[in-house]
Design a protein around this ligand. Structure first.
Ligand code: HAM
Length: 416
């Protein structure tokens, strides 16, 4: 049996890094007053159609959607922002707090062609700052992204930002762009020809050099931006300079989801050119989904992509095995659990051998596992209330009374 194409097991030797990332992110975001939220993996399909947009690749061809037993149209979430916006509305979170700073980490699902850095089930770490329209919130979230990456010892990335204006500015621009591109329709790449009808703005980030050449002389979104949009963007740039966060302005950056306005940004890995993080402002999304008019901004980092890069730099020290408990004969005496209980109280890392193999085999495993000591507990030991301790490095052997086990472990820990 193989896992489903585009999905992956995260094995025990990889999980330590995932846990380390979780702890690191938890610490940084808790200090900044972001609270963790967990939303369901399953949502109504229309949530994504109404937020990400019907003309987008995600909704058009990448969603895992099905009809459930109750004839509802359900989708495995392809991203987190729509679910967070839905959760804000369903739980009326805006009534208890004007500002909701939230973060999440969980699996997302997109039916894309699997390749390096692209899976069908992948994980996003995301933050959403909901309830602030000021550009200060954009700066806060961008700063937090770079802070997290820095803490994870990753700095070989490029932050690209763009101002994509508001709906009005964009729709005027879209009209002009479509008019211009229609003149060159047959010279555009096939995808862009389709996008001319479904989502013309996405043509801007086409990978085709011919299309890019045509775009060069076309109308620029920048020229359609009004003062408010420009000021919003300029403030972000000023603060990023002050914060010494390097960035590049990328006029072509429009993002593949429809809900953005004003700010759009991405963080790319310098070597693989993959987007590690994507985000932006989405001031109309919550209202569009039936909630109140609440501005918001956020981002999501693709964890598999990030991990594939940082795993070289971060060495996680796994806790060592302290004590191996060898039971050399069939011992059904419950007193063994009293010893286990004391080890747990002293937070000693232990493993019990439950094979009842001969003592030689058990000691061999204790050595292979690099345990410091082996506690041998046989019938004799149980009856006479002691433990035979073997120091594995020196092969020295001694007996300790179970009554003095706490004191022994205290000493064991202090010299460990
Ligand atoms: P996105 O750009 O679609 O934005 O995804 C964010 C990140 O998820 C990407 O930069 C990438 O690292 C990772 N990612 C996306 N698809 C895959 C895949 N198939 N396999 C592996 N990694 C992938 C969003 O999802 C927005 N919700 C971000 C956001 C939050 N905007 C505002 N708040």
């Amino acid at each position: 049996m193989q896992p489903i194409r585009g999905t992956k097991d995260i094995l025990p030797d990889e999980i330590a890094l995932w846990q380390y990332i979780y702890r690191t992110v938890h610490e940084i975001l808790t200090i900044a007053q972001y609270s963790e939220i967990r939303t369901p993996v399953l949502e109504m399909t229309q949530l994504f159609e109404r937020s990400i947009g019907n003309g987008t690749d995600i909704v058009n061809k990448e969603m895992y959607s099905f009809v459930d037993q109750g004839q509802r149209n359900i989708t495995l979430r392809p991203e987190g922002t729509a679910s967070i916006a839905r959760a804000i509305i369903s739980n009326k979170l805006y009534t208890t707090n004007n500002i909701n700073r939230l973060w999440y980490l969980g699996p997302m699902f997109r039916y894309e062609r699997p390749q390096k850095g692209r899976q069908r089930q992948f994980h996003q770490l995301g933050i959403e700052c909901i309830g602030i329209s000021s550009s200060m919130a954009d700066i806060e979230v961008i700063r937090l992204a770079t802070q997290i990456l820095q803490k994870l010892k990753y700095d070989k990335y490029t932050l690209a930002i763009n101002c994509i204006g508001n709906l009005e500015e964009r729709s005027i621009y879209q009209q002009q762009l479509t008019e211009y591109l229609n003149k060159y329709k047959n010279d555009l790449d096939i995808d862009s020809q389709k996008r001319l009808i479904t989502n013309p703005l996405r043509i801007l980030d086409s990978k085709s050099s011919k299309t890019q050449q045509i775009l060069q002389d076309g109308p620029k979104l920048k020229s359609y931006l009004q003062t408010k949009s420009i000021q919003h963007f300029n403030t972000i740039c000023e603060h990023l300079i002050h914060l010494k966060i390097p960035y590049t302005i990328n006029d072509q950056l429009v993002r593949g989801l429809d809900y953005y306005n004003y700010t759009a940004f991405e963080i790319y890995d310098n070597n693989h050119f993959n987007a590690i993080c994507g985000g932006g402002r989405y001031d109309t999304l919550i209202q569009q989904l039936g909630g109140p008019n609440i501005a918001a901004v956020g981002w999501a980092i693709g964890l598999e992509r990030l991990i594939s890069i940082i795993q070289q730099n971060i060495k996680i020290i796994q806790p060592k095995l302290d004590i191996y408990i060898a039971i050399p004969e069939h011992l059904n005496n419950p007193k063994i659990w009293n010893i286990v209980h004391i080890l747990e109280e002293y937070k000693i890392h232990f493993e019990i051998d439950l094979t009842f193999n001969n003592i030689k085999t058990q000691l061999k495993r204790a050595k292979n596992l690099n345990a410091k000591e082996c506690f041998i507990i046989g019938k004799n030991e149980i009856v006479n209330n002691y433990i035979t301790v073997k120091i594995l490095e020196t092969a020295e052997q001694k007996k300790i009374d179970i009554n003095i086990l706490p004191a022994y472990l205290q000493n064991f820990k202090s010299v460990k």
